[in-house]
Design a protein around this ligand. Structure first.
Ligand code: NDP
Length: 234
């Protein structure tokens, strides 16, 4: 059955792969962008997840276009890496605002329609770093760990209404985000990945496709690593 889906940050990278995978599965898929426009074949809404008014306006457009959001994939995220000693409060807050408070904003707005429809799927894109930590990533890791508590609390609040909230924790996935890493960081990561390869956006997208499906109706409050074994299941 085709569902109404929103993927935040679905204009590129992992989000775009998720959006395409869900569109291929027969769903109506909307994506947010911040000015790049919508990728071909997907319904685009301009919204920055750090702004609750833009989020609300985006949901209204989606509701008119394809009905209330039934599957929310909260994927938009940023990094701003540096060691704690050098990290300004603004650097910390900016990353948490986009990655964690942004997820709260979209989840809250989506929950209304899901409750009314008595069906829903929340999928939050976290990171292996949220569970294992990462030097130079105090802000990013804190925001990604926060998504686990957020999703599990949602599970407790809404689990009896056919609504699930799960977390996907990708490892090293080749995108613009990882292009920013140095060759040394990249090869050191590869040495630690039992699968012996970096991940592709499609690896994450296929996991999200499962969690968004009716087949995953009894999977709730889970953290699903998609990391080639990098985090050993954590
Ligand atoms: P990219 O940097 O390639 O893409 C980030 C996406 O997030 C873009 O679509 C961007 O939009 C959007 N975005 C960022 N900030 C905002 C905002 N304030 N409001 C709306 N959209 C925003 O990253 P990836 O595709 O690699 O990452 C996607 C998610 O996966 C992120 O949450 C990331 O933390 C997570 N992840 C990635 C890993 C990797 O190895 N690549 C590993 C683990 C987790 P725009 O185009 O407008 O900038």
């Amino acid at each position: 059955m085709g569902r109404s889906v929103l993927v935040t940050g679905g204009n590129r990278g992992i989000g775009l792969a998720i959006a395409r995978e869900l569109a291929d599965a027969g769903h109506s898929v909307a994506v947010t962008h911040r000015g790049s426009g919508a990728p071909e074949g997907l319904f685009g809404v301009k919204a920055d997840v750090t702004d609750a008014e833009q989020v609300d306006a985006a949901f209204q457009q989606i509701e008119q276009h394809q009905g209330p959001v039934e599957v929310l994939v909260s994927n938009a995220g940023i990094t701003d890496d540096t060691l704690l000693m050098r990290m300004s409060e603004d650097q910390f807050s900016r990353v948490v605002d986009a990655n964690l408070t942004g997820a709260y904003r979209v989840a809250k707005r989506a929950s209304r329609g899901m409750l009314r429809g008595r069906w829903g799927r929340f999928v939050f894109i976290s990171s292996v770093v949220g569970l294992s930590g990462g030097a130079g990533q105090v802000n990013y890791a804190a925001s990604k760990a926060g998504l686990v508590g957020l999703a599990r609390s949602l599970t407790r609040e809404l689990g009896s209404r056919n609504i699930t909230a799960n977390v996907v924790a990708p490892g090293f996935i080749v995108t613009d985000m990882t292009d920013e890493l140095t060759d040394e960081q990249r090869s050191s990561a590869l040495e630690r990945i039992p699968a012996g390869r970096y991940g592709e956006a499609g690896d994450v997208a296929r996991a999200v496709r499962f969690l968004a499906s009716d087949d995953a109706s009894y999977v709730n409050g889970a953290v699903l690593p998609v990391d080639g074994g990098l985090g050993m299941g954590h």
